[in-house]
Design a protein around this ligand. Structure first.
Ligand SMILES: CC(C)(COP(=O)(O)OP(=O)(O)OC[C@H]1O[C@@H](n2cnc3c(N)ncnc32)[C@H](O)[C@@H]1OP(=O)(O)O)[C@@H](O)C(=O)NCCC(=O)NCCS
Length: 180
Protein backbone atom coordinates (compact mmCIF):
# COMPACT_ATOMS: atom_id res chain seq x y z
CA UNK A 1 0.00 0.00 0.00
CA UNK A 2 2.60 2.56 1.11
CA UNK A 3 4.49 2.34 -2.18
CA UNK A 4 1.49 3.38 -4.24
CA UNK A 5 -1.15 6.10 -4.34
CA UNK A 6 -4.48 5.09 -2.80
CA UNK A 7 -6.59 4.09 -5.81
CA UNK A 8 -10.12 4.99 -6.79
CA UNK A 9 -12.21 1.81 -6.73
CA UNK A 10 -15.11 1.36 -9.17
CA UNK A 11 -18.33 0.03 -7.63
CA UNK A 12 -20.86 -0.02 -10.47
CA UNK A 13 -22.39 2.37 -13.02
CA UNK A 14 -23.64 4.67 -10.27
CA UNK A 15 -21.10 4.56 -7.43
CA UNK A 16 -17.33 4.76 -6.96
CA UNK A 17 -14.91 4.91 -4.03
CA UNK A 18 -12.28 7.64 -3.92
CA UNK A 19 -9.86 8.90 -1.26
CA UNK A 20 -11.18 11.71 0.96
CA UNK A 21 -10.18 15.29 0.06
CA UNK A 22 -9.63 18.24 2.40
CA UNK A 23 -12.51 19.98 0.65
CA UNK A 24 -14.87 17.21 1.89
CA UNK A 25 -14.51 18.41 5.51
CA UNK A 26 -18.01 19.96 5.63
CA UNK A 27 -19.52 16.58 4.60
CA UNK A 28 -17.68 14.85 7.44
CA UNK A 29 -19.02 17.42 9.92
CA UNK A 30 -22.53 16.95 8.50
CA UNK A 31 -22.29 13.15 8.66
CA UNK A 32 -21.11 13.05 12.26
CA UNK A 33 -23.88 15.45 13.29
CA UNK A 34 -26.34 12.69 12.33
CA UNK A 35 -27.43 11.11 15.66
CA UNK A 36 -27.09 7.47 14.55
CA UNK A 37 -23.66 7.94 12.95
CA UNK A 38 -22.54 9.71 16.14
CA UNK A 39 -24.07 6.91 18.19
CA UNK A 40 -22.61 3.92 16.36
CA UNK A 41 -19.21 5.45 15.59
CA UNK A 42 -18.98 7.18 18.95
CA UNK A 43 -17.37 10.39 17.80
CA UNK A 44 -18.29 13.85 16.57
CA UNK A 45 -16.61 16.74 14.80
CA UNK A 46 -17.49 20.25 15.89
CA UNK A 47 -15.42 22.11 13.30
CA UNK A 48 -14.17 21.66 9.75
CA UNK A 49 -10.61 21.80 11.14
CA UNK A 50 -11.37 18.70 13.26
CA UNK A 51 -12.78 16.99 10.17
CA UNK A 52 -9.70 17.94 8.12
CA UNK A 53 -7.52 16.29 10.76
CA UNK A 54 -9.65 13.12 10.36
CA UNK A 55 -9.13 13.33 6.57
CA UNK A 56 -5.36 13.65 7.16
CA UNK A 57 -5.56 10.61 9.46
CA UNK A 58 -7.25 8.68 6.62
CA UNK A 59 -4.31 9.52 4.30
CA UNK A 60 -1.86 8.57 7.06
CA UNK A 61 -3.70 5.24 7.50
CA UNK A 62 -2.92 4.44 3.88
CA UNK A 63 0.74 5.51 4.16
CA UNK A 64 1.22 3.45 7.34
CA UNK A 65 -0.63 0.51 5.76
CA UNK A 66 -3.06 0.31 8.67
CA UNK A 67 -6.27 1.34 6.89
CA UNK A 68 -7.86 2.34 3.60
CA UNK A 69 -10.70 4.82 3.90
CA UNK A 70 -12.76 6.00 0.95
CA UNK A 71 -15.57 8.41 0.30
CA UNK A 72 -18.46 6.68 -1.47
CA UNK A 73 -19.43 9.01 -4.32
CA UNK A 74 -22.23 9.28 -6.86
CA UNK A 75 -20.44 9.18 -10.21
CA UNK A 76 -23.12 11.29 -11.90
CA UNK A 77 -22.77 14.44 -9.80
CA UNK A 78 -19.68 13.67 -7.69
CA UNK A 79 -21.65 14.01 -4.44
CA UNK A 80 -20.27 12.20 -1.39
CA UNK A 81 -22.83 9.70 -0.05
CA UNK A 82 -20.90 7.88 2.65
CA UNK A 83 -17.68 6.35 3.88
CA UNK A 84 -16.19 2.86 3.88
CA UNK A 85 -12.99 1.80 5.66
CA UNK A 86 -10.96 -1.39 5.57
CA UNK A 87 -8.66 -1.54 8.60
CA UNK A 88 -5.76 -3.66 7.44
CA UNK A 89 -3.48 -6.09 9.20
CA UNK A 90 -1.25 -7.03 6.28
CA UNK A 91 1.05 -9.37 8.21
CA UNK A 92 -1.89 -11.38 9.53
CA UNK A 93 -3.73 -11.35 6.19
CA UNK A 94 -6.96 -9.93 7.52
CA UNK A 95 -8.95 -6.72 7.56
CA UNK A 96 -12.05 -5.26 9.12
CA UNK A 97 -14.66 -3.24 7.26
CA UNK A 98 -16.86 -0.44 8.56
CA UNK A 99 -19.14 2.13 6.93
CA UNK A 100 -21.70 4.87 7.28
CA UNK A 101 -24.03 6.51 4.79
CA UNK A 102 -25.48 10.02 4.94
CA UNK A 103 -29.17 9.91 5.93
CA UNK A 104 -30.22 11.43 2.57
CA UNK A 105 -28.59 8.55 0.62
CA UNK A 106 -29.88 5.57 2.60
CA UNK A 107 -32.08 2.67 1.52
CA UNK A 108 -30.79 2.34 -2.04
CA UNK A 109 -27.94 -0.07 -1.51
CA UNK A 110 -25.13 2.46 -1.10
CA UNK A 111 -23.60 0.75 1.97
CA UNK A 112 -24.13 -2.73 0.56
CA UNK A 113 -22.59 -2.01 -2.82
CA UNK A 114 -19.64 -0.10 -1.28
CA UNK A 115 -19.08 -2.93 1.21
CA UNK A 116 -18.98 -5.53 -1.57
CA UNK A 117 -16.55 -3.42 -3.66
CA UNK A 118 -14.23 -2.64 -0.71
CA UNK A 119 -14.22 -6.32 0.35
CA UNK A 120 -13.32 -7.37 -3.21
CA UNK A 121 -10.52 -4.77 -3.22
CA UNK A 122 -9.20 -6.11 0.11
CA UNK A 123 -9.15 -9.71 -1.16
CA UNK A 124 -7.37 -8.55 -4.34
CA UNK A 125 -4.80 -6.84 -2.11
CA UNK A 126 -4.12 -10.28 -0.66
CA UNK A 127 -6.16 -10.25 2.55
CA UNK A 128 -7.67 -13.66 3.20
CA UNK A 129 -10.26 -12.76 5.83
CA UNK A 130 -12.36 -9.61 6.17
CA UNK A 131 -14.29 -9.12 9.39
CA UNK A 132 -17.37 -6.99 9.99
CA UNK A 133 -19.01 -6.24 13.31
CA UNK A 134 -22.17 -4.44 14.31
CA UNK A 135 -24.08 -3.90 17.52
CA UNK A 136 -26.82 -6.45 18.22
CA UNK A 137 -29.14 -3.39 18.23
CA UNK A 138 -28.15 -2.24 14.72
CA UNK A 139 -30.60 -4.06 12.43
CA UNK A 140 -29.76 -1.83 9.42
CA UNK A 141 -26.11 -2.79 9.57
CA UNK A 142 -27.13 -6.44 9.90
CA UNK A 143 -28.98 -6.13 6.57
CA UNK A 144 -25.85 -4.69 4.96
CA UNK A 145 -23.63 -7.49 6.34
CA UNK A 146 -25.93 -10.26 5.11
CA UNK A 147 -26.65 -8.64 1.72
CA UNK A 148 -22.89 -8.20 1.24
CA UNK A 149 -22.33 -11.95 1.60
CA UNK A 150 -20.74 -11.96 5.06
CA UNK A 151 -21.20 -15.05 7.24
CA UNK A 152 -22.28 -14.65 10.86
CA UNK A 153 -19.90 -16.23 13.39
CA UNK A 154 -21.23 -15.24 16.79
CA UNK A 155 -21.62 -12.51 19.37
CA UNK A 156 -18.83 -10.81 21.32
CA UNK A 157 -20.29 -9.64 24.61
CA UNK A 158 -19.83 -6.05 25.76
CA UNK A 159 -17.25 -5.55 23.04
CA UNK A 160 -17.82 -1.95 21.85
CA UNK A 161 -18.55 1.32 23.58
CA UNK A 162 -21.36 3.30 21.96
CA UNK A 163 -23.13 6.50 22.96
CA UNK A 164 -25.29 4.67 25.52
CA UNK A 165 -22.77 2.22 26.92
CA UNK A 166 -21.26 -1.16 26.05
CA UNK A 167 -22.90 -3.14 23.25
CA UNK A 168 -22.73 -6.81 22.36
CA UNK A 169 -21.32 -7.09 18.83
CA UNK A 170 -22.25 -9.59 16.11
CA UNK A 171 -19.14 -10.82 14.31
CA UNK A 172 -19.09 -11.76 10.60
CA UNK A 173 -16.42 -12.71 8.11
CA UNK A 174 -15.93 -12.90 4.35
CA UNK A 175 -13.11 -15.13 3.12
CA UNK A 176 -11.26 -14.80 -0.19
CA UNK A 177 -12.49 -18.32 -0.96
CA UNK A 178 -16.18 -17.45 -0.35
CA UNK A 179 -18.54 -17.15 -3.31
CA UNK A 180 -19.76 -13.65 -4.24
C1 LIG B 1 -26.30 1.07 8.37
C2 LIG B 1 -26.20 2.02 7.16
C3 LIG B 1 -24.71 2.16 6.79
C4 LIG B 1 -26.99 1.41 6.00
O1 LIG B 1 -26.77 2.22 4.83
P1 LIG B 1 -27.71 2.09 3.52
O2 LIG B 1 -26.93 2.61 2.38
O3 LIG B 1 -29.04 2.67 3.80
O4 LIG B 1 -27.86 0.49 3.42
P2 LIG B 1 -28.34 -0.28 2.08
O5 LIG B 1 -29.25 0.59 1.30
O6 LIG B 1 -27.16 -0.87 1.43
O7 LIG B 1 -29.17 -1.47 2.68
C5 LIG B 1 -30.38 -1.19 3.16
C6 LIG B 1 -31.45 -1.62 2.17
O8 LIG B 1 -31.35 -1.08 0.84
C7 LIG B 1 -31.68 -2.14 -0.12
N1 LIG B 1 -31.16 -1.85 -1.46
C8 LIG B 1 -31.75 -0.94 -2.25
N2 LIG B 1 -31.11 -0.87 -3.44
C9 LIG B 1 -30.09 -1.76 -3.41
C10 LIG B 1 -29.06 -2.13 -4.34
N3 LIG B 1 -28.97 -1.57 -5.58
N4 LIG B 1 -28.13 -3.03 -3.97
C11 LIG B 1 -28.21 -3.60 -2.73
N5 LIG B 1 -29.17 -3.27 -1.80
C12 LIG B 1 -30.10 -2.37 -2.14
C13 LIG B 1 -31.12 -3.32 0.55
O9 LIG B 1 -31.74 -4.49 0.06
C14 LIG B 1 -31.51 -3.09 1.98
O10 LIG B 1 -32.87 -3.38 2.13
P3 LIG B 1 -33.43 -4.43 3.15
O11 LIG B 1 -32.89 -4.06 4.50
O12 LIG B 1 -34.87 -4.17 3.06
O13 LIG B 1 -32.99 -5.76 2.67
C15 LIG B 1 -26.79 3.41 7.48
O14 LIG B 1 -28.11 3.26 7.96
C16 LIG B 1 -25.97 4.19 8.50
O15 LIG B 1 -25.01 4.88 8.15
N6 LIG B 1 -26.36 4.08 9.79
C17 LIG B 1 -25.68 4.80 10.87
C18 LIG B 1 -24.24 4.35 11.09
C19 LIG B 1 -24.11 2.85 11.18
O16 LIG B 1 -24.98 2.15 11.69
N7 LIG B 1 -22.95 2.34 10.69
C20 LIG B 1 -22.65 0.92 10.74
C21 LIG B 1 -22.00 0.59 12.04
S1 LIG B 1 -21.64 -1.15 12.12
Amino acid sequence: MAGSRQPDVPVDNELALRPWRRSDAHIVVEAYSSPDIQHYHFRRFDTEEDAQRWIQDCAEGWRSESSATWAIVDQLDGNVLGRVTVSTSLEDGYGEISYWVLPSARGRGVATRACVAATRWAHELGLHRIQLEHSTRNEKSRRVALKSGFVEEGVRRGANLHGDGWHDMVLYSHLATDDG
